[in-house]
Design a protein around this ligand. Structure first.
Ligand SMILES: [Zn+2]
Ligand SMILES: [Zn+2]
Length: 383
């Protein structure tokens, strides 16, 4: 997305949504915390993306310690996904032994505590999706999607942009009809976008003496994503609601009609136009796709919008070949020089018919018979 101060920033545009449809670009943006956004980033979000709403999925504590920047004209809504009361309860249940030696000002120690308290686990997405807080948050997110003004963008984020944001992306993409494989691929992209962060934090933990499974568990709590977390959530929804869409209608209160409305608004309905070679007389075209909305694209993902005229390959013009002149005789008509196209056969310069030659006038000097010659000589002599 071209942001320098915001991590794990990407958008949901370009994913195939079945039936030749594809998610529109620049509408749904997912990122890590916006706290580090530069002035340029804010400008880009506001001017290039036409950002209208920011949905902050973090807990109150996280939000207050790293507040979102104000962007003029952009609404910021706080939709905490994690049940903060339940989290506090879980922490209270920890024994003194669990807490021994942990410093709550240290990031790693806070994670260890969260893991020990069962707040961070491969079941946590299911906990969020089944909690009243999580359902209310994601339901409101869909409402914002429905109310989003035409041509505007919606950004959702948490702290690392991977778990609460990952679930939000999973729900949005499912509602739009994107398949599970693509959803998982999008989910796993966090490990690519966070690659630098992951390697430096991993090193930090190794330096602190962590290794093996323990190290992996902490990394997943911090910056990495593990496909199993999302697979568990998807399985849970399929088992309990038949599908993710089933969960969205039953638990988040969206109607089938509203889901259809989202698909109509946020998907391009692509029609393929296969490439056609230009001939001498007829223009051809490159491979291109059009959408019902009137846009032209050079790729099926709808990533490269192009002008209507850009798809045309102009006709090449004929390849002219000279047709030689044919000399007439007194028995055959002839032709003047002409030309035709060697590719399509079209005649470019028409050949004119040249009339047969008249029968030879038999010039005296050549064709006169001996007899006649003699006769004339005699005449001369006799004169
Ligand atoms: Zn369209
Ligand atoms: Zn031709």
């Amino acid at each position: 997305m071209g942001l320098t101060g915001v991590g794990n920033a990407r958008e949901l545009g370009g994913y195939p949504a079945g039936d030749g449809r594809v998610v529109k670009h620049g509408v749904f943006l997912r990122t890590a915390s916006l706290a580090g956004a530069t002035d340029k980033d804010k400008e880009r979000l506001k001017d290039d993306y036409q950002l209208s709403v920011v949905i902050d999925l973090r807990m109150t504590r996280e939000k207050e310690s790293a507040p979102d920047p104000e962007i003029p004209g952009v609404r910021n809504i706080h939709l905490g996904i994690i049940d903060e009361v339940a989290v506090a309860e879980k922490q209270k249940n920890l024994s003194a032994e669990d807490l021994e030696g942990l410093d709550m000002n240290n990031k790693v120690d806070r994670l260890i505590l969260a893991i020990k308290a069962g707040i961070v686990s491969d079941q946590m997405y299911i906990e969020w999706l089944s909690s009243a807080t999580g359902k209310a948050g994601y339901a409101q997110m869909f409402k914002e999607m429905i109310d989003l003004p035409e041509g505007k963008a919606l950004l959702f984020h948490c702290t690392q942009g991977k778990d609460r944001t990952g679930c939000a992306a999973m729900l949005i993409l499912s509602a739009l009809g994107v398949d599970e494989d693509t959803i998982l691929k999008d989910y796993m992209l966090t490990n690519t976008y966070n690659a630098d962060l992951i390697s430096s934090e991993r090193q930090m933990l190794i330096d602190q003496g962590y290794e093996g499974q323990e190290l992996d568990r902490y990394m997943k709590a911090m910056d990495e994503v593990d496909i199993q977390y999302m697979v568990n959530a998807l399985e849970w929804m399929k088992n309990n609601y038949g599908s993710v869409k089933g969960y969205i209608t039953k638990e988040l209160g969206l109607t089938e009609a509203q889901i259809e409305q989202l698909q109509t608004r946020y998907l391009h309905n692509m029609t393929a136009h296969p490439a056609k070679e230009a001939t001498c007389t007829e223009p051809g075209n490159i491979d291109y796709w059009t959408c019902d909305c009137g846009k032209y694209f050079s790729d099926v993902q709808g990533e490269n919008e192009i002008g209507k005229d850009d798809v045309v390959i102009q006709a090449k013009g004929h390849t002219s070949v000279k047709d030689p002149a044919v000399a007439p005789t007194h028995t055959n008509t002839g032709l003047t020089e002409g030309s035709h196209c060697s590719v399509c056969g079209a005649i470019i310069k028409i050949q004119e018919v040249v009339q047969k030659l008249a029968k030879d006038p038999q010039p005296m000097t050549v064709k006169v018979s001996k007899k006649t010659v003699k006769a004339s000589k005699l005449k001369k002599k006799n004169r």
